[in-house]
Write a protein that binds this ligand. Structure first.
Ligand code: KIV
Ligand code: ZN
Length: 545
């Protein structure tokens, strides 16, 4: 169903990444300002054209994060193929107060955008907004006109377009084009459509909406039926020239369209698409790992492009074919997405110079001397226990060492005794915020339970562990293990409201840790989640960290 193979010149496909807005709306993916800034910097290096950095009116913290991203990341040009800085967008409901706040937050970026939205489906109009179609058009036009008076880059989204009347969409979208919208984004908010329907909708809207040639058409697909990537690509085949995506496909419910899948589909099948992106594909794995570490959302091993098994060939027949020629079973080279071809890279005799060079080759070229020394110490300790330290191990060290929240309580050491005939007992020493060392011990049903109980005795912050995932970083009995956890506080702090949908989400904090010893990794992950919870609480002014 290729409709575009005849086009000799590739058109640009704009990549709008909404990891920091729609992605952050997934329960528990809450990020602090430093984490958002780091991710935004990495998105800029990755070559994302537009970064939807948040929903500024949602909270003072959201506003401040978007403002700082606009100011500090907006001007960056490092590694950008497009030759332009990343545009920073802020989301706003179709209300003046939202639009003012979004503009205030993004205006410092050399390229900035206001993205305003209003639901258009009869279901949303009747039950959520309680307005009729006429009022809907009026409100959308007013909002776009107002946004255009502040900023010349304005995106409008008819929320729940996938279930809206297509004919009504041509009317409202024609009116918002007249009011000054420059991008029209078509969201399949609830992930309901099929590729044929979604592609057909984009085609129909481009053909029938008055003035459609004056705007960029965009897709925004959710993955409730597992069709987000297919729907997005169907949109591109039918004329969309912007895709809205998130790293690892994170987002509410089943998530959003995943950036890496769309970008690599277009890259790997150039004969099928008349478009190309300015994404530096070699930065994909690094960005994916950073997002996973900071959000605490582990990537499933069989996830396309970025899963741990995406390039692993287990079956004997496949391995045999791969040895004869990689093209037998491989449609993309692992290096293209930033996975190194080499496995054995460093050992315990490797020096600081080799260590630094390898990190630079992996894209970590901005580590300070102090950070490098810290990472090198950690590497030496791991190399003492593990024969070969691979690139994946190095990535895990960097993630564990540097992609961590502010250390309010610090893990000093942990000692565990356990077995099938004894009660698991853990002794833990932590360094308190005032610098004193505190040791305590506890029994548990197993070693991890015992450690968490001992830590709780010291930190005294009641919470519930809602998720605990252990993954091996590489193969082999001496592999490093990565632990990702989530906790929810039990002190009646209640819920946060999602300003887009009005739904309530329990406050959830994630943490991650890595070590050759999964018990130590579990302790590190717990400290990471606790510190994140305490920092965020301090930011809200609840306690002083
Ligand atoms: O899914 C959705 O409809 C959205 C809009 C705000 C674009 O996220
Ligand atoms: Zn969405």
């Amino acid at each position: 169903m290729n409709t575009e193979t005849d086009s000799p010149v590739k058109q640009k496909l704009i990549v709008l990444d909404t990891t920091l807005r729609d992605g952050e709306q997934s329960p528990g993916a809450t990020l602090d300002i430093q984490e958002k800034l780091e991710i935004a910097r990495q998105l800029s290096r990755l070559g994302v054209d537009v970064c939807e950095a948040g929903f500024p009116i949602a909270s003072p913290g959201d506003f401040e994060a978007v403002r700082r991203i606009a100011e500090e990341v907006g001007p960056l040009m490092e590694g950008r193929k497009s030759g332009q800085p990343m545009a920073i967008a802020g989301l706003a409901r179709a209300k003046e107060a939202d639009i003012d706040r979004a503009f205030e937050a993004v205006k410092a970026a050399p390229l900035h955008r206001i993205h305003t939205f209003l639901a258009t489906s009869d279901i949303h109009l009747k039950y959520k907004l309680k307005i009729d179609r006429e009022e809907c058009i009026e409100q959308a036009v007013k909002a776009v006109r107002y946004a255009r008076s502040l900023c010349d880059n304005v995106e409008f989204s008819p929320e729940d377009a996938g279930r809206s009347d297509p004919e009504f969409l041509t009317v409202i979208l024609g009116e918002v084009i007249k009011a000054g919208a420059t991008t029209l984004n078509i969201p399949d908010t609830v992930g309901y459509t099929t590729p044929e329907e979604f592609g057909g909708l984009i085609k129909y809207l481009i053909e029938k909406t008055p003035g459609s040639d004056k705007v960029v058409w965009s897709t925004h697909c959710h993955n409730d039926l597992g069709l987000a990537t297919a729907n997005t690509l169907a949109g591109v085949l039918n004329g969309a020239r912007q895709v809205e995506v998130t790293l690892n496909g994170i987002g509410e419910r089943a998530g959003n369209t995943s950036l890496e899948e769309v970008v690599m589909a277009v890259h790997t099948r150039p004969q099928n698409f008349a478009v190309e992106t300015d994404i530096d594909t070699t930065q994909i794995i690094r960005t994916s790992r950073m997002v996973s570490a900071y959000t605490g959302m582990a990537v499933q091993p069989n996830k396309a492009i970025v899963g741990a098994n995406a390039f692993a060939h287990e079956a004997g027949i496949h391995q045999d074919g791969m040895l004869k020629h990689h093209s037998t079973y491989e449609i993309m080279r692992p290096e293209t997405v930033g996975l190194s071809a080499s496995s054995l890279v460093l050992g315990k005799h490797s020096g600081r110079h080799a260590f630094r060079s390898r990190l630079v080759e992996l894209g970590y070229n901005s580590l300070s001397e102090e950070d490098l020394n810290k990472a090198f110490d950690r590497f030496k300790r791991i190399a003492d226990k593990k024969k070969a330290v691979t690139d994946a191990d190095l990535e895990a060290i960097i993630t564990d060492e540097f992609y961590q929240p502010k250390e309010i309580w610090k893990l000093h050491d942990v000692h565990v005794s356990c077995g099938d005939k004894i009660k698991a007992t853990a002794t833990v020493t932590l360094t308190a915020p005032n610098g004193t060392e505190i040791t305590d011990a506890a029994h548990g049903t197993g070693p991890v339970d015992a450690i968490y109980k001992a830590i709780n005795r010291i930190v005294n912050e009641s919470n519930t562990l809602t998720e605990f995932v252990v993954q091996a970083v590489t193969e082999g009995i001496d592999a490093m293990g990565e632990v990702t956890i989530r906790i929810q506080p039990q002190n009646g702090e209640g819920f946060i409201t999602n300003p887009q949908t009005g739904t309530q989400m329990a406050r959830t904090y994630s943490g991650h840790g890595a070590s050759t010893d999964i018990i130590v990794a579990s302790a590190r992950a717990y400290m990471s989640a606790l510190n994140k919870m305490l920092s965020e609480r301090a930011e809200r002014g609840v306690i002083n960290a």
